[in-house]
Design a binder for this molecule. Structure first.
Ligand code: ZN
Length: 200
């Protein structure tokens, strides 16, 4: 073990940064040094932003997303199509769809997927108010879950619990990614793309 090169405060900063996704110990050291060097331009505003985030960010009691208000900005936005409800696994997925500007409805964030192997059941997901939300004028529920086994298990479960309602339930198509070459795709993706082919 190498001797310490800095005091415990700096070590702690590095250790905390190393817990961020995508940052290992080496990049955490670089990030810490960068922050310390840019104390006024970066470290100070970052620490202020962290304090604000800690104090003001809440989970929306309607959709399960995060924001600084409850209900969140999206739930309060009257310009959105309230007949469309997009079900996503995580807030990151919601943000990805918003970046792509592909849908102008409302969202429902599950907070994960059903995973029997990991002991994650329906009670562990944000499902308690889903049918209630759907009965409130929603015409289509779009299941925008990941194309993983757990994602598909979750999609089946939600389709089942919505069966009694009038709502149309749709799922994202699986298949060839934009810019993708057929030769590089796995058989599962190719067969899904073939099954879900569309008329041009
Ligand atoms: Zn919301």
């Amino acid at each position: 073990m190498a001797d310490r090169v800095a005091g415990p405060e700096i070590e702690r900063l590095i250790q905390l940064l190393a817990r961020l996704p995508g940052l290992g110990p080496r990049s955490a050291r670089r990030a810490a040094l960068h922050l310390i060097r840019k104390r006024e331009e970066l470290l100070a505003p970052l620490s202020d932003a962290l304090v604000v985030a800690r104090e003001r960010i809440v989970t929306c009691s309607s959709c399960g997303s995060i924001d600084t208000s409850n209900p969140c900005t999206i739930c309060r936005d009257v310009r959105r199509d309230s007949s469309v409800l997009v079900v996503v696994e995580t807030v990151a997925d919601l943000w990805a769809l918003e970046r792509a500007k592909v849908v102008n409805g409302h969202y429902h964030v599950l907070g994960g997927t059903l995973s029997p192997l990991d002991g994650i059941g329906p009670k562990d997901l944000n499902l308690s108010n889903l049918t209630e939300r759907v009965s409130d004028g929603v015409k289509e529920v779009i299941l925008a879950v990941n194309a993983t086994v757990d994602g598909q298990t979750t999609a089946h479960y939600i389709t089942d619990i919505l069966k009694g309602s009038e709502v149309k339930v749709s799922r994202l198509a699986h298949g060839v990614p934009v810019g993708g070459e057929l030769d590089y795709l796995d058989e599962g993706t190719l067969s899904a793309a073939m099954r879900q082919r569309s008329i041009v």
